[in-house]
Design a binder for this molecule. Structure first.
Ligand code: RB5
Length: 144
């Protein structure tokens, strides 16, 4: 995890949380690729999910973080891309299990749904937890 390059993106609803989580990533030793948005101007969350998926497809990053108000829209948009397994998490348990069982490669957070501390804990669990493999391998393979 330390040294890993992680992309992060949000819509306008997630800008503040994105800034906080960039610090968490940096403290964890990650290189951060910020794909925007940068201000409070209203933007469309699919554009930011698409930007992250494009970076993953290009091999620039293997994992990322997406944030919108609920996490729902940006997570739906991300999961339309082949190879993206985006998990909307509201607590550390779902973040941990998204890695252990689903090999999630994108953590999705709702800035209007969780506080900064919970988001931080979700992010650290996402970064630190390995995929369990075994019986989960076959299921994840079926996701395409
Ligand atoms: C933006 O107002 C809001 O709709 C968006 O951040 C997200 O919650 C959509 O799912």
């Amino acid at each position: 995890m330390s040294g890993e390059k992680i992309a992060i993106a949000s819509d306008h609803a997630g800008v503040e949380l994105k800034a906080a989580l960039k610090q968490v990533l940096a403290s964890a030793g990650c290189e951060v690729l910020d794909l925007g948005t940068d201000g409070s101007a209203s933007v469309d969350y699919p554009d930011f999910a698409d930007a992250l998926a494009a970076r993953m497809r290009a091999g620039d990053v293997a994992r990322g973080v997406l944030i919108c108000g609920t996490g729902i829209g940006i997570g739906i948009a991300a999961n339309r891309h082949k190879g993206v397994r985006a998990a909307l998490c509201h607590d550390v348990t779902s973040a941990r299990l998204s890695r252990q069982h689903n090999d999630a490669n994108v953590l999705v957070l709702g800035a209007r749904m969780v506080g900064a501390e919970v988001a931080r804990d979700c992010l650290l669990a996402f970064l630190e937890t390995p995929f369990e493999g075994g019986r989960h391998e076959r299921r994840v393979a079926k996701l395409g």
